[in-house]
Write a protein that binds this ligand. Sequence first.
Ligand code: ATP
Length: 256
Amino acid sequence: MLTVEGLSVSYGEKTVLQQVGFHLAAGQVLAVIGPNGAGKSTLIRALSGVLPVRGGAVRLDGRDLRQYSEVERARRIAVVPQAVNLPAAFTVWETVLLGRTPHLNWLGQLTAKDEDIARWALERTDTQALAGRPVNQLSGGEQQRVLLARALAQSAPVMLLDEPTAHLDLQYQLSLLELVRELAHQEKLAVLVALHDLNLVSRYADKVALLAEGKLCALGRPGEVLQADVLTRAYRVPLQVLALGGGLPPVVLPAG
Ligand SMILES: Nc1ncnc2c1ncn2[C@@H]1O[C@H](COP(=O)(O)OP(=O)(O)OP(=O)(O)O)[C@@H](O)[C@H]1O
């Protein structure tokens, strides 16, 4: 679905991503991990078309992303950004309905179908009770779930999430990633998620891309990438990986 080939991205003179390549298939959760400043958010911005591609290409269903119009892109790629300031003037319901914008007719009118989809998105993210609240009065975790609901309402086959669990308590970290995995596996969405918690990665990702200093250091199944030597090199801190056996995911811990 989404193919990244030799991708390089810069801010002015500063090259932040170099020669990054991978394939994200429908029905798959790809976790992007790496230390602070590795380029995870930059990758998400480039894949969503917000940042220009300096070298290489991003292909969506075989077609260069640069050939898509903004609306075409928004119908296909939904983004849950890292902590944003949500507009004070909107309620949760209005914010989630904004996700339907790329699908509105030329009169810009919402239909009953748009409202049904927005209601479904509120239900899936457990935010129905917040529907009438102004978004800027929500807690960080509540806002995060509303951003996910807005992205779900977009009905896009590709979803990019930038540290979606950052403000969530344990219960919602698990339920959000359960939901993301369910959407990928059942609805065949292609999901790319930047995550810091390597234990959540081992539990929920089908595939892992490890970035460090803008380069792809490792790409593979969680068990292949979450190796003590690979992680220790990338994070520059001694780490050990405990394989629990019995089908349980490995747990990553500081060594010593
Ligand atoms: N708008 C910008 N202008 C210039 N440099 C930027 C800009 N945004 C990010 N950078 C730089 O690009 C590099 C990659 O940043 P990015 O935010 O992609 O990293 P990240 O892996 O998402 O980090 P974190 O885990 O801290 O969120 C960093 O060195 C950062 O300082």
